[in-house]
Design a protein around this ligand. Structure first.
Ligand SMILES: [Zn+2]
Length: 362
């Protein structure tokens, strides 16, 4: 039981009077908005909740998210979008009075839950689990300026945190040396582009920061967590000669890729990364801190507390072990693969237990 924090009696009264779970399935019900003088709507919706992910059955996926992380998605299961308000795969609230509500509907109605660092009207990030049983295509993502101009959405800078991998697993990360546009086009045409990509061996705990414009591919046998900008724009340059579920080769986007790709080695270090440091209740490691997101792993061994302070929401994804997330009167249990969202306007919360948690803020 969590007794460290007593929520204000006012909030309790509002919750009792206003929540009607059966009316909350498709978003905020206007009839539930507190009357004038009855408190702000944000006050009602400031407790953490669990999220159910959107699933993707891309051809290169496997069964590890089902077998190791308890995900009940399709087979193959390539990706679970744990924190997502993207129209291609919206997460769904899985606990509390808003259970069943799409995450995108929640944030549209509750901008204060995102915090003061969040750009107005725009949810900036996604957090995914990815199981690559086969190689992903060699691909590149545009930056924000190109993405907004050509695709009508953000570009994509992403970060990978390796969770598990088979012996000898590797990924492609930028080029081994600088090459010309002519050479890149020729190698794409004659299927030798991987010969000039940098082949990086991977180990659990490794971090790769894939700035927009970096040519990359996750290799077979890698299980990872990805944090990225809120975008689904991918330019595929090489697909290992595979065909899609319909028996046809998946489309390539070579001209766009050539416009956005940096044909040079990638910067090896993640911006803002810092070595693990002891904190009350565990060890915190800053994986990356960039203009788009901040990602930490928390090795939990006891009780850790954090106050969002209206600055940023906190996405909590349990990568291993088990934790109780306590906030006010709410207690959520996070098992391996469990995902929770803590609104920026939530009071201080604690994580208690033993395991590894991925904490994402902006
Ligand atoms: Zn990518």
């Amino acid at each position: 039981m969590c007794t460290f924090y007593k929520r204000k009696e006012l909030d309790k009264t509002l919750l009792t009077l206003s929540y009607k779970p059966d009316k909350m399935k498709t978003g905020f019900d206007e009839s539930l908005r507190p009357k004038e003088g009855g408190g702000r709507k944000e006050d009602l919706l400031m407790l953490p909740f669990l999220l159910n992910p959107a699933y993707k059955d891309y051809i290169w996926g496997g069964v590890k998210l089902r077998d190791q992380f308890g995900k009940d998605g399709p087979t193959p299961l390539a990706e679970s979008w744990e924190l997502s308000a993207h129209p291609d795969g919206d997460a769904v609230i899985a606990s509390g009075p808003l259970a069943g509500t799409r995450f995108s509907a929640f944030i549209k109605d509750n901008p204060a839950a995102l915090g003061s660092r969040c750009p107005a009207g725009d949810f900036p990030v996604m957090v995914k689990l990815i199981d690559a049983a086969q190689n992903l295509s060699v691909q590149v993502h545009p930056d924000d300026a190109y993405g907004m101009r050509v695709e009508g959405e953000r570009g994509k800078t992403e970060m990978w945190y390796i969770l598990d991998c088979e012996p000898g697993a590797f990924l492609y990360f930028g080029f081994e040396r600088e090459i010309s546009a002519d050479e890149a086009r020729r190698r794409i045409a004659d299927n030798t582009i991987t010969e000039v990509l940098h082949k990086a061996p991977v180990h659990p705990g490794d971090v790769f920061f894939i700035a927009a414009g970096t040519v990359h591919a996750i290799g077979a046998g890698i299980l990872l967590a990805e944090i990225q900008e809120n975008s689904n724009t991918t330019y595929r340059v090489y697909d290992f000669g595979r065909v899609g579920a319909d028996g046809k080769p998946r489309p390539l986007h070579i001209d766009k890729a050539m416009q956005v790709a940096r044909l040079a080695p990638a910067r090896p270090d993640a911006p803002g990364a810092a070595p693990p440091r002891p904190v009350a209740g565990g060890t915190l490691r800053r994986l990356a801190g960039c203009a788009y997101f901040t990602a930490d792993t928390l090795k939990l061994a006891g009780r850790y507390s954090h106050a969002p302070g209206n600055a940023s929401f906190v996405s909590v994804l349990c990568l291993d072990g088990q934790a109780s997330l306590c906030c006010g009167d709410e207690t959520l249990t996070l098992n391996k693969g469990g995902s929770a969202f803590v609104p920026a306007n939530a009071p201080e919360f604690t994580l208690e237990g033993a395991g590894t948690l991925l904490l994402t803020t902006i």
